[in-house]
Write a protein that binds this ligand. Sequence first.
Ligand SMILES: Nc1nc2c(ncn2[C@@H]2O[C@H](COP(=O)(O)OP(=O)(O)O)[C@@H](O)[C@H]2O)c(=O)[nH]1
Ligand SMILES: [Mg+2]
Length: 399
Amino acid sequence: MLVGIVGKPNVGKSTFFKAATLAEAEIANYPFATIKPNSGVGFVRLACADQDFNTQCNPRTGFCEHHFRFVPVQLIDVAGLVPGAHEGKGMGNQFLDDLRQADVLIHVIDVAGSTNDKGESIQIGTHDPANDVRFLEVELDMWYLGIIQKGWEKFARTVTQERAAIHIALAKQLTGLKVTEAMLEDAVAKLKLDPQKPLSWTDEDLLQLATILRLRTKPMLIAANKIDLPGAQENFQRLSTTFPQYTFIPCCGDAELALKQASKAGLIDYVPGDPKLVLLHAEKLNDKQKTALSSIQHNILDKFNSTGVQKTLDTAIFTLLGYMAIFPGGISKLEDKDGNRLPDCFLLPAGSTALDFAYKLHTDLGKNFICAKDVRTKRTVGKEHLLKHRDVVEIVSGK
Ligand SMILES: Nc1nc2c(ncn2[C@@H]2O[C@H](COP(=O)(O)OP(=O)(O)O)[C@@H](O)[C@H]2O)c(=O)[nH]1
Ligand SMILES: [Mg+2]
């Protein structure tokens, strides 16, 4: 699972990224091998299954606080994109390349309109953030189009001569963007293109194809950042109406970063995503710190119910992508062989079955699958059983 954080310069992408990836290292192990400089580990939050069993879990990866389980996801902070990025403006084509493998995008915008098209600081409210929503769509579509069009004529001629299946051939070319054969078959049918005659497809056809494939492979959520600035809330309301196809989440990256830092320093108790913070050592705080924390409580948390950073990640993975979190466990015990209770929690795509989960745990468990058990209800279920978010599942296998 890779989440791409995108947007023009100076909107708060790096602040969002830093806030989302800042967790106490020792409690936040993660299962990803190599981490590039601009990539890090964030977490999605869910009500931990441990509370339903009146116990406390011991996560192997991520962490659990006040029975909220935090499951690792990989994030990438992509450098700022400007209009013309797909043509290489501001090194945009390189930065776009970083996004190839992303499963979902978080578009961070400056909803207060305090930065222009290029991301330069201007007077608050003098730029319409609706332009930013549109510009990024165009850049992403043109980027996809460029990849499709690269060597298109030669490709289309070869496919026609060899009577090859266009969706298979094209899927191979676009696999780097996570485009599958099924997606291409759907898109070609939807656009009523003749799969036998790709040479007859017009530039407009290819652009529409690019758009459909981009929407399928890079679903996007909008983090309406800098919601703390004057005029931001009015813009937020207006944009939500103008772009009903998007989910907008009011966000204050600065506040989340401050809370994470205060929490790490042991000054406050704050569970990421919560609507409140609790001062732990009021005597250790100076007046400035007290004022800053109280302002975050009153002006952000009380008004918007959270800073929006955690909510953005959760919405991207659980709502937009429709993933669910599944815990392996046993009917007779929740511990693994080392005594760790509910140590794992996996993110699975919507529609995953008991058999999919078995394969996710281990190929052998999938191959030798006998049945699965819903640990909460103790019900025995078969291969095709559809899992639900927060299920605890035992796999019974032969051998
Ligand atoms: N008022 C306000 N400023 C923010 C917020 N998030 C980030 N900023 C500021 O916006 C500026 C640009 O942030 P940065 O994360 O470097 O933006 P990037 O270029 O998109 O990565 C910095 O001065 C941040 O402190 C926010 O939620 N509210
Ligand atoms: Mg940055």
